[in-house]
Design a protein around this ligand. Structure first.
Ligand code: ATP
Length: 271
Protein backbone atom coordinates (compact mmCIF):
# COMPACT_ATOMS: atom_id res chain seq x y z
CA UNK A 1 0.00 0.00 0.00
CA UNK A 2 1.41 3.41 -0.96
CA UNK A 3 -1.30 5.61 0.59
CA UNK A 4 -3.70 5.02 3.44
CA UNK A 5 -6.03 7.80 4.51
CA UNK A 6 -8.21 6.81 7.47
CA UNK A 7 -11.20 8.66 8.91
CA UNK A 8 -9.78 12.04 7.97
CA UNK A 9 -11.38 15.25 9.23
CA UNK A 10 -10.21 18.63 7.97
CA UNK A 11 -11.66 21.94 9.14
CA UNK A 12 -11.15 25.43 7.76
CA UNK A 13 -11.62 28.68 9.67
CA UNK A 14 -11.83 29.49 13.36
CA UNK A 15 -14.70 29.52 15.89
CA UNK A 16 -17.98 30.59 14.27
CA UNK A 17 -16.41 30.46 10.81
CA UNK A 18 -15.13 26.94 11.40
CA UNK A 19 -16.47 24.45 8.86
CA UNK A 20 -15.75 20.86 8.09
CA UNK A 21 -14.42 20.13 4.59
CA UNK A 22 -13.67 16.43 5.18
CA UNK A 23 -15.77 14.30 7.51
CA UNK A 24 -14.15 10.93 8.18
CA UNK A 25 -12.85 10.35 4.64
CA UNK A 26 -10.98 7.08 4.07
CA UNK A 27 -9.06 6.09 0.94
CA UNK A 28 -6.37 3.56 0.11
CA UNK A 29 -4.10 3.40 -2.91
CA UNK A 30 -2.04 0.33 -3.78
CA UNK A 31 1.46 0.60 -5.28
CA UNK A 32 1.22 1.38 -8.99
CA UNK A 33 -2.54 1.82 -8.81
CA UNK A 34 -4.43 4.70 -10.45
CA UNK A 35 -7.35 5.90 -8.36
CA UNK A 36 -9.81 8.41 -9.78
CA UNK A 37 -11.25 10.63 -7.06
CA UNK A 38 -14.44 12.28 -8.20
CA UNK A 39 -17.03 14.51 -6.58
CA UNK A 40 -18.94 17.69 -7.19
CA UNK A 41 -17.63 21.14 -6.44
CA UNK A 42 -17.04 21.69 -2.73
CA UNK A 43 -17.10 17.96 -1.92
CA UNK A 44 -13.56 18.13 -0.49
CA UNK A 45 -11.42 16.71 -3.31
CA UNK A 46 -8.76 19.43 -3.24
CA UNK A 47 -8.78 19.37 0.56
CA UNK A 48 -7.95 15.67 0.50
CA UNK A 49 -5.14 16.39 -2.00
CA UNK A 50 -3.79 19.22 0.17
CA UNK A 51 -3.88 17.04 3.29
CA UNK A 52 -1.94 14.23 1.55
CA UNK A 53 0.63 16.79 0.33
CA UNK A 54 1.03 18.28 3.81
CA UNK A 55 -0.49 21.63 2.80
CA UNK A 56 -3.40 21.52 5.30
CA UNK A 57 -3.54 19.88 8.71
CA UNK A 58 -6.03 17.18 9.63
CA UNK A 59 -8.05 17.70 12.81
CA UNK A 60 -8.62 13.94 13.14
CA UNK A 61 -7.67 10.75 11.34
CA UNK A 62 -4.46 9.39 9.91
CA UNK A 63 -2.40 9.60 6.72
CA UNK A 64 0.21 6.94 5.98
CA UNK A 65 2.44 7.37 2.92
CA UNK A 66 4.75 4.55 1.88
CA UNK A 67 4.48 3.02 5.36
CA UNK A 68 5.25 6.30 7.14
CA UNK A 69 2.64 7.91 9.41
CA UNK A 70 2.85 11.56 8.28
CA UNK A 71 -0.22 12.82 10.17
CA UNK A 72 1.57 15.01 12.69
CA UNK A 73 4.54 15.92 10.49
CA UNK A 74 6.18 19.33 10.87
CA UNK A 75 6.97 21.50 7.83
CA UNK A 76 10.55 20.28 7.96
CA UNK A 77 9.52 16.61 7.98
CA UNK A 78 7.24 17.22 4.97
CA UNK A 79 10.11 18.89 3.17
CA UNK A 80 12.36 15.88 3.84
CA UNK A 81 9.64 13.51 2.55
CA UNK A 82 9.26 15.57 -0.65
CA UNK A 83 13.02 15.76 -1.10
CA UNK A 84 13.21 11.96 -1.00
CA UNK A 85 10.99 12.00 -4.08
CA UNK A 86 8.26 9.74 -2.65
CA UNK A 87 5.46 12.14 -3.50
CA UNK A 88 4.77 14.59 -6.32
CA UNK A 89 1.84 16.68 -7.53
CA UNK A 90 0.24 18.34 -10.55
CA UNK A 91 -2.30 21.11 -9.98
CA UNK A 92 -5.01 22.43 -12.29
CA UNK A 93 -3.02 25.61 -12.91
CA UNK A 94 0.44 24.58 -14.15
CA UNK A 95 1.87 27.88 -12.94
CA UNK A 96 1.21 26.62 -9.40
CA UNK A 97 3.23 23.46 -10.05
CA UNK A 98 6.13 25.25 -11.79
CA UNK A 99 8.55 27.93 -10.61
CA UNK A 100 7.98 30.88 -13.00
CA UNK A 101 11.65 31.92 -12.77
CA UNK A 102 13.12 28.52 -13.67
CA UNK A 103 13.68 27.47 -17.28
CA UNK A 104 11.96 24.24 -18.32
CA UNK A 105 15.37 22.51 -18.23
CA UNK A 106 16.01 23.67 -14.66
CA UNK A 107 12.44 22.75 -13.55
CA UNK A 108 13.13 19.20 -14.68
CA UNK A 109 16.76 18.92 -13.62
CA UNK A 110 16.68 20.62 -10.22
CA UNK A 111 14.57 18.03 -8.34
CA UNK A 112 16.91 15.33 -9.65
CA UNK A 113 20.04 17.16 -8.49
CA UNK A 114 18.42 17.66 -5.05
CA UNK A 115 17.85 13.92 -4.80
CA UNK A 116 21.53 13.26 -5.55
CA UNK A 117 21.47 12.38 -9.27
CA UNK A 118 24.52 13.54 -11.30
CA UNK A 119 24.22 16.48 -13.71
CA UNK A 120 24.75 14.25 -16.76
CA UNK A 121 22.12 11.70 -15.66
CA UNK A 122 19.69 14.50 -14.68
CA UNK A 123 20.03 16.09 -18.14
CA UNK A 124 19.47 12.73 -19.82
CA UNK A 125 16.35 12.04 -17.73
CA UNK A 126 14.97 15.55 -18.32
CA UNK A 127 15.17 14.94 -22.08
CA UNK A 128 13.53 11.51 -21.75
CA UNK A 129 10.59 12.89 -19.78
CA UNK A 130 10.19 15.87 -22.09
CA UNK A 131 9.78 13.46 -25.00
CA UNK A 132 7.41 11.26 -22.93
CA UNK A 133 5.06 14.25 -22.66
CA UNK A 134 5.62 14.85 -26.38
CA UNK A 135 7.44 18.15 -26.18
CA UNK A 136 10.51 19.12 -28.22
CA UNK A 137 13.93 19.95 -26.79
CA UNK A 138 13.73 23.47 -28.22
CA UNK A 139 11.51 24.32 -25.22
CA UNK A 140 14.20 23.51 -22.64
CA UNK A 141 15.53 27.09 -22.46
CA UNK A 142 12.13 28.74 -22.14
CA UNK A 143 10.39 29.98 -19.00
CA UNK A 144 6.93 28.59 -18.09
CA UNK A 145 5.39 31.97 -19.01
CA UNK A 146 6.67 31.51 -22.56
CA UNK A 147 4.66 28.33 -23.18
CA UNK A 148 1.03 27.67 -24.05
CA UNK A 149 -1.30 26.35 -21.33
CA UNK A 150 -1.21 22.82 -22.75
CA UNK A 151 2.60 22.83 -23.06
CA UNK A 152 2.91 24.12 -19.50
CA UNK A 153 0.71 21.36 -18.12
CA UNK A 154 2.80 18.76 -19.97
CA UNK A 155 5.93 20.22 -18.40
CA UNK A 156 4.20 20.05 -15.00
CA UNK A 157 3.45 16.34 -15.63
CA UNK A 158 7.08 15.73 -16.71
CA UNK A 159 8.40 17.58 -13.63
CA UNK A 160 6.19 15.49 -11.34
CA UNK A 161 7.36 12.22 -12.88
CA UNK A 162 11.02 12.87 -13.64
CA UNK A 163 12.13 11.90 -10.11
CA UNK A 164 10.21 8.62 -10.52
CA UNK A 165 8.09 9.13 -7.38
CA UNK A 166 5.95 6.38 -5.88
CA UNK A 167 2.82 8.53 -5.73
CA UNK A 168 1.58 11.51 -7.75
CA UNK A 169 -1.47 13.55 -6.78
CA UNK A 170 -3.07 15.19 -9.81
CA UNK A 171 -5.71 17.75 -8.85
CA UNK A 172 -7.93 18.52 -11.88
CA UNK A 173 -4.94 18.24 -14.25
CA UNK A 174 -6.97 18.62 -17.45
CA UNK A 175 -9.89 20.81 -16.34
CA UNK A 176 -8.41 24.10 -17.55
CA UNK A 177 -7.39 22.75 -20.97
CA UNK A 178 -9.20 22.81 -24.31
CA UNK A 179 -10.50 19.47 -25.53
CA UNK A 180 -7.55 18.64 -27.84
CA UNK A 181 -5.01 19.23 -25.05
CA UNK A 182 -7.23 17.40 -22.57
CA UNK A 183 -7.31 14.30 -24.76
CA UNK A 184 -3.54 14.42 -25.31
CA UNK A 185 -2.69 14.76 -21.62
CA UNK A 186 -5.11 11.94 -20.76
CA UNK A 187 -3.32 9.79 -23.37
CA UNK A 188 0.09 10.67 -21.89
CA UNK A 189 -1.12 9.82 -18.36
CA UNK A 190 -2.49 6.52 -19.65
CA UNK A 191 0.93 5.66 -21.13
CA UNK A 192 2.61 6.52 -17.83
CA UNK A 193 0.45 3.99 -15.98
CA UNK A 194 2.83 1.21 -16.96
CA UNK A 195 5.81 2.87 -15.23
CA UNK A 196 4.71 1.65 -11.79
CA UNK A 197 3.84 5.05 -10.35
CA UNK A 198 0.63 5.25 -8.30
CA UNK A 199 -1.66 8.17 -9.09
CA UNK A 200 -4.61 9.84 -7.45
CA UNK A 201 -6.40 11.58 -10.31
CA UNK A 202 -8.87 14.15 -9.01
CA UNK A 203 -11.65 15.41 -11.23
CA UNK A 204 -15.23 16.63 -11.07
CA UNK A 205 -15.66 14.88 -14.44
CA UNK A 206 -16.25 11.14 -14.32
CA UNK A 207 -15.66 10.93 -18.10
CA UNK A 208 -12.03 12.16 -17.70
CA UNK A 209 -11.06 9.56 -15.09
CA UNK A 210 -13.08 6.56 -16.25
CA UNK A 211 -10.62 5.59 -19.01
CA UNK A 212 -7.51 5.88 -16.83
CA UNK A 213 -8.39 4.80 -13.31
CA UNK A 214 -8.14 1.23 -12.06
CA UNK A 215 -10.45 2.20 -9.25
CA UNK A 216 -12.84 5.09 -8.72
CA UNK A 217 -13.60 6.68 -5.35
CA UNK A 218 -16.54 9.03 -4.98
CA UNK A 219 -16.45 11.91 -2.51
CA UNK A 220 -19.72 13.46 -1.44
CA UNK A 221 -20.01 16.16 1.21
CA UNK A 222 -16.61 15.35 2.69
CA UNK A 223 -17.10 11.56 2.85
CA UNK A 224 -16.06 8.72 0.55
CA UNK A 225 -19.44 7.26 -0.34
CA UNK A 226 -18.44 4.66 -2.90
CA UNK A 227 -15.29 2.99 -4.18
CA UNK A 228 -14.80 0.15 -6.60
CA UNK A 229 -13.18 -0.98 -9.87
CA UNK A 230 -13.71 1.79 -12.46
CA UNK A 231 -15.77 -0.46 -14.73
CA UNK A 232 -18.16 -1.48 -11.93
CA UNK A 233 -18.65 2.06 -10.65
CA UNK A 234 -19.54 3.23 -14.16
CA UNK A 235 -21.69 0.19 -15.05
CA UNK A 236 -23.44 -0.27 -11.72
CA UNK A 237 -23.13 2.85 -9.57
CA UNK A 238 -24.58 2.22 -6.11
CA UNK A 239 -24.74 5.58 -4.33
CA UNK A 240 -27.43 8.01 -5.63
CA UNK A 241 -24.77 10.68 -6.15
CA UNK A 242 -22.64 8.31 -8.27
CA UNK A 243 -25.76 7.36 -10.25
CA UNK A 244 -26.35 11.05 -10.87
CA UNK A 245 -22.73 11.51 -12.02
CA UNK A 246 -22.91 8.56 -14.40
CA UNK A 247 -26.24 9.64 -15.85
CA UNK A 248 -24.93 13.20 -16.31
CA UNK A 249 -21.74 12.18 -18.16
CA UNK A 250 -22.69 12.26 -21.85
CA UNK A 251 -19.92 9.88 -22.96
CA UNK A 252 -20.81 7.27 -20.32
CA UNK A 253 -24.55 7.35 -20.51
CA UNK A 254 -24.93 3.77 -21.65
CA UNK A 255 -28.22 3.31 -19.92
CA UNK A 256 -29.22 6.72 -21.24
CA UNK A 257 -30.83 8.01 -18.08
CA UNK A 258 -33.34 10.68 -18.86
CA UNK A 259 -33.76 14.07 -17.30
CA UNK A 260 -36.58 12.79 -15.09
CA UNK A 261 -34.30 10.17 -13.54
CA UNK A 262 -31.58 12.74 -12.91
CA UNK A 263 -34.09 15.04 -11.24
CA UNK A 264 -35.34 12.15 -9.08
CA UNK A 265 -31.78 11.33 -7.99
CA UNK A 266 -31.08 14.99 -7.20
CA UNK A 267 -34.28 15.15 -5.12
CA UNK A 268 -33.21 12.00 -3.24
CA UNK A 269 -29.82 13.58 -2.45
CA UNK A 270 -31.34 16.89 -1.38
CA UNK A 271 -33.88 15.19 0.90
N1 ATP B 1 -9.03 27.92 2.37
C1 ATP B 1 -10.30 27.66 2.69
N2 ATP B 1 -10.92 28.32 3.70
C2 ATP B 1 -12.19 28.04 4.06
N3 ATP B 1 -12.95 27.10 3.46
C3 ATP B 1 -12.41 26.41 2.43
C4 ATP B 1 -11.05 26.65 2.00
N4 ATP B 1 -10.78 25.81 0.97
C5 ATP B 1 -11.91 25.09 0.77
N5 ATP B 1 -12.88 25.44 1.65
C6 ATP B 1 -14.23 24.84 1.75
O1 ATP B 1 -14.08 23.44 1.99
C7 ATP B 1 -15.00 22.67 1.23
C8 ATP B 1 -14.25 21.70 0.33
O2 ATP B 1 -13.49 22.44 -0.62
P1 ATP B 1 -12.53 21.76 -1.69
O3 ATP B 1 -11.76 22.85 -2.37
O4 ATP B 1 -11.78 20.67 -1.06
O5 ATP B 1 -13.62 21.12 -2.69
P2 ATP B 1 -13.44 20.49 -4.13
O6 ATP B 1 -14.23 19.22 -4.12
O7 ATP B 1 -12.01 20.40 -4.49
O8 ATP B 1 -14.17 21.56 -5.04
P3 ATP B 1 -13.82 22.07 -6.54
O9 ATP B 1 -14.20 20.96 -7.47
O10 ATP B 1 -14.73 23.25 -6.69
O11 ATP B 1 -12.38 22.44 -6.56
C9 ATP B 1 -15.85 23.69 0.48
O12 ATP B 1 -17.03 23.88 1.20
C10 ATP B 1 -15.00 24.93 0.45
O13 ATP B 1 -15.82 26.09 0.41
Amino acid sequence: MILEVSELDVHYGQRRRRRRALAGASLTVERGEVVGLIGETGSGKSTLARAVLGLVRASAGRIVIDGEDVTGYSGRQWMALRRRGVLQYVFQDPLRSLDPDLSIADSLIEPLLVSGVSQAEATRRARTYLSRVRLGEELLDRLPGELSGGQRQRVAVARALVTEPKLVILDEPVSALDSANRVQILEILKELRGTGVAMVFISHDLGSVAGIADRIAVLYQGKLVETGPARDVVAEPRHPYTRLLVSSAPTLRTASAGRAEREALRALLDA
